[in-house]
Design a protein around this ligand. Sequence first.
Ligand code: HSE
Length: 311
Amino acid sequence: MASGLKVTAPLSISNINCGFDALGASLSLISDQIIGRRMNSPGVKINTITGEGKHLVSTDPYQNTAGVAILRFLEFLNIRTEGVELEIHKKVKCGSGLGSSAASACGAVVLANALFGHPLQNRELFPLAILGEYVASQAFHADNVAPCLFGGIMLVRDTRSLSIHRLHIPDNLLITIVLPELQIITSEARKMLKPDVHLKQMVRQSANLGSFVLALERNDYELLSASLQDHVIEPQRAHLIPGFYEIKEAAFKAGVTGCGISGSGPSLFAFSRNTSIAEEAGLAMQRVLKKHKVESRVMVARIDSEGTVLH
Ligand code: HSE
């Protein structure tokens, strides 16, 4: 593509143990780099997809989170004679549990908005990105889209009314990411979940979500550690990651504050506030995966507060 505009969209973790579909955090690591330009025919054309897992993502705009997000954008603005063509470069493959599909959707709407002269505010782009993300998960949830678009740690109180809230980022928070060479399809990892929750589980989970928010506000790592527990989803998905409980144990031995599955997996995340703990935990978790014959990649990040950025 000769010229055009470029956006970058970050990786994100979601659920964060106690907030299934409600909590997400943007990471200081890029997921997608998208270049786009206006074209004189309607719709979306995805010219190339490069990078990790390029064969896992469709260039058919109706099957691609970026494609659908822009189609919804064009419909919303009633733009019928022009369209957008794209080049997508993925740094992390879809199905990693790090919000890669959401990043494509967020990058796409920010890019399209810039290409058409910024007719919409970012908060108006938010529902369009959620519609794009629907292609990957077959559900309307914004726990990756919200942090990816706006940056920071976000609480999604309600997707329908778009009630989202920025949470405090505690001092010195580091996030270790361990990305195993496995792929989990989000829509399938959602289908396997039981539709009902026991009353006791509901009480524990909601208490932890409340104390998680307080812990962030107060920079209280002890309370954060106690709150980072998942009594509902983790027990149902743990079997998808070989050696999952052993991996968690290795992370806690290395001194992390909390550890869990990122999104629907297979990535794992761990919180800490010290670089040597963050790095050591990553290596310890990686060693356990290797013992279970799964290769993995370790990354250490901070919370990113910018979200999707137009360059
Ligand atoms: N909250 C979603 C889930 C995130 O766990 O299914 C998927 O990326």
